[in-house]
Structure formats: C-alpha cells, structure tokens
Write a protein that binds this ligand. Sequence first.
Ligand SMILES: Nc1ncnc2c1ncn2[C@@H]1O[C@H](COP(=O)(O)OP(=O)(O)OP(=O)(O)O)[C@@H](O)[C@H]1O
Length: 250
Amino acid sequence: MVRARQVRKSFGALQVLQGVDLEVQRGEVVCLIGASGSGKSTLLRCINHLESLDGGRIWVDGQVVGYELRGGRLHEKSSAGICRDRTQTGMVFQHFNLFAHMTVLENVMLAPRTVLRQRPAEILPRALALLERVGLADKAKAYPRQLSGGQQQRVAIARALCMEPKLMLFDEPTSALDPELVGDVLQVMRDLAASGMTMIVVTHEMGFAREVADRVVFMHGGQIVEQGPPAQLLGDPQHERTRAFLSAVR
Ligand SMILES: Nc1ncnc2c1ncn2[C@@H]1O[C@H](COP(=O)(O)OP(=O)(O)OP(=O)(O)O)[C@@H](O)[C@H]1O
C-alpha cells in the first residue's frame, strides 16, 4: 500500500528526513515511534503530500504521491488542483479542527461533498453508518463545542473515513486528550485495524502498539533505525536504541 524510497525533507538548513525507506503492506498496522523531532510527523505529512519531497519518492497503492502521469511523463500536481492520490489517504491529527459552526454530521459529510462532488443523498447513509461505528449516532445534530475532546476526535476519524480512504494516517491522535478519554478513541482505532484498514500510527501509547501493531518502526534523527514485530522490538535486548528511548520516556 505504501512504498517510500530514500525520502529526504529539509526545512531550511534542518534536514528532517534523511533517506527514509518504508514499505507498508495492505492491511498492515504500523506504529511509528521515536523522540520529539525525529521526523515522524513530517514522514506522515510527506505520505499524504502535505509536504513536497526534496528527494526520493513515495507511492501509495501504486501511484506516485503528488505526481500524475501525463503523456507518459510524471508531472507535479498543482497545489490548487484536487490531488486524487490524497483522497486515497485519510489523516487524523492531534488537534481535530472540526468546523465549529457545522454539526457533527455536516462535518463528516463536508469533504465528500466539496472534494469528491458527491450528492448529499449519496453521502448521508455512509456518514450515519460511520457515526454509529464511532459510537456517536446520537450526536449527529450536535455542534463540536457540545462534545468532549475524545468525541470530537472520533468525529474526526469518521470524517476521514467518509472519504473512503485506502490508507489511514494517525498523528498522535490521543496526545491532546484527557487520560479518561483516550480509551474510546483507541477502541475505534482497534476496531478499524481489525476491519483490515491499512494504518500508520504515530503514537506514544505503547500498550496500543503492543496489542494492535503488526510492526513497530523506530525513527531517530530522520531515519528508520530499528523495526520489527512489537514483541520483538519492544522486548528484545538486541534492539538497544528502541529500548533506550522507551526507558527514557517511561
Ligand atoms: N513546517 C516546518 N518548518 C520548519 N521546521 C519544521 C516544520 N515542520 C517540522 N519542522 C521541524 O522538523 C523537525 C521534525 O519535526 P516532526 O514534527 O516531523 O518531528 P516528530 O518526530 O513528529 O516530533 P513530535 O513528536 O514532537 O511531533 C522538528 O525539529 C520540527 O521543528
């Protein structure tokens, strides 16, 4: 589903991604861990073409991210145009940024209506089913301010899923939440993983990583330095750098 090859990204003189290679199989759940500033968010943003690359290439489901084939040549897509490959990828951020003046249901239906130009009658059953799936069927007519942070994040997940993405990226989805609200959001993500969705999750929730991830990837200094199944990576003394990082954050 994802193939990243030698991805490089700098901000000014700061080299944030220094040659990242990553492959994610269809249906796989990958948890991305590492210290603050190691480049996790930037990698997710590159996969979703929210950042352009300085070097390397990324494919999502076989399409080069941010480029399209025209006349047998790759052309960068204009930032004004709708990026078809971006709609394949849903992203959930630490801050959910729902539109305050729209109801929960309107927030969930907005992108398919404006980006994919689907008719409301076509979107509605899917949006209602998604609200049911994230446990918020009774909140369809509520406004974001009437919801807890955890409920708003679940709306944000439903909003991303309403675009029917093939891949979901999560960037610290529970970091901004009060501890008692984290569990419900993780449960929605657990169910999504069980349904076969391909997911890349930046998280500090090691319990979730242990339980749900097929693979944990540890980033350091803009590179992937260790990776493996959670039991191996998080438990095996051979993975010294991951273990040192985890004991420092505990
Ligand atoms: N748009 C930007 N302009 C300038 N610097 C940036 C930009 N985005 C990220 N950076 C810098 O790039 C580095 C890597 O940031 P990134 O957010 O990818 O790290 P991270 O591993 O996700 O860390 P965190 O856990 O703190 O989110 C940081 O030093 C950050 O300040």
